[in-house]
Ligand binder design. Structure first.
Ligand SMILES: Nc1ncnc2c1ncn2[C@@H]1O[C@H](COP(=O)(O)OP(=O)(O)OP(=O)(O)O)[C@@H](O)[C@H]1O
Length: 295
């Protein structure tokens, strides 16, 4: 559906995105993550034809450029601050974009906005504006929805509501590209993760693949802890021992199994320690910096 190929984005003379390539398919929920200033918003703006870039961006085989936006009719977006007219009511703001008023009413009630939708938007709180911005992005059954920090300012109930809406739309084929610093929140919905650092995509994987490949820690128990301690130490394999449970790094688990087999020590348990997505991301970014001290 969306193909981004060898894209370089420039702001002024500064290159912000370098050689970005990825695809988005119907129903994908892509979590776009990365440190402050990594280029997430710029990448989103580039897809929306709002920046200078070279390379190819195509939506359903139709090119998007800085001056060619026809393909974007099927794209809903919320980038930075929602584009809301303050002297119009929420309802009037939505009506500016809505093709189908019944679908618009459904969104208002799904996002719990009925009590204030007829008030002027200038009196809305941050979260109320955010919900209105999300509603605008979801109007008219878009094929692709781009959301920059959508959970900004949302309370718990609104966060759950937006999460459910994202899942519901994705199940019907809408694709999402969502940036957020709240990784635990993104983790609940995303099916694919794109990690960007210094304007370069360093990871583009399904969340299942990401967790499998970047899982750092495993726990293992054997039938002979003492012999296991001696064998691991002799082979200079780092471990932490708690009772009879060893915590080891994922990159060592095949070697450990070979060592234990050679010593005729049987495994009682070998299992990944429940994944902490945040730690995995920090570890990857630290690896990029050539620094291995995770916090
Ligand atoms: N209008 C601009 N003029 C100059 N530099 C810019 C402009 N907009 C963005 N940049 C630079 O581009 C880089 C990427 O910024 P961007 O806003 O895309 O990052 P981000 O990943 O969205 O960050 P954050 O998580 O803080 O929102 C930063 O170094 C930023 O300083």
């Amino acid at each position: 559906m969306l193909v981004v190929q060898n894209v370089n984005t420039y702001i002024g003379r500064k290159q912000i995105i370098t050689d970005a390539s990825f695809k988005i398919h119907p129903g994908d929920i892509i979590g776009l993550i990365g440190p402050n200033g990594a280029g997430k918003t710029t990448l989103m703006k580039t897809i929306l034809g709002l920046t200078k870039f070279d390379g190819q961006i195509q939506l359903n085989q139709v090119s998007v450029t800085e001056n060619q936006h026809a393909a974007l009719a099927q794209v809903g977006a919320l980038i930075e601050h929602p584009a809301i007219y303050p002297f119009l009511t929420g309802q009037q703001n939505l009506a500016l974009y809505a093709h189908d008023s019944a679908a618009c009413q459904r969104l208002i009630s799904e996002l719990n906005m009925t009590t204030y939708i007829h008030d002027q938007a200038k009196g809305y709180s941050l979260g109320m504006k955010q919900k209105l911005g999300i509603a605008i992005a979801l109007l008219n059954n878009p094929q692709l929805v781009i959301l920059d920090e959508p959970m900004n300012g949302l309370d718990v109930e609104a966060t759950i509501g937006v999460r459910q809406l994202i899942r519901q739309y994705a199940a019907q084929g809408t694709a999402f590209l969502i940036s957020s610093h709240i990784l635990s929140e993104l983790q609940k919905v995303m099916t694919q993760v794109i990690l960007i650092n210094h304007g370069r995509i360093i990871v583009n994987q399904s969340t299942a693949e990401f967790e499998r490949l970047h899982h750092q820690a495993y726990q293992l128990r054997t039938e002979d802890s003492q012999l296991t301690v001696e064998s691991l130490a002799k082979n200079q394999i780092h471990y932490v021992l708690d009772g009879d449970t060893f915590q080891v790094n994922s990159e060592n688990i095949f070697e450990i199994q070979d060592i234990l087999t050679a010593q005729h020590v049987h495994l009682k348990e070998l299992a990944p320690i429940s994944s902490n997505f945040e730690q995995m991301v920090v570890h990857l970014l630290n690896q990029q910096r050539g620094d291995h001290h995770d916090n």
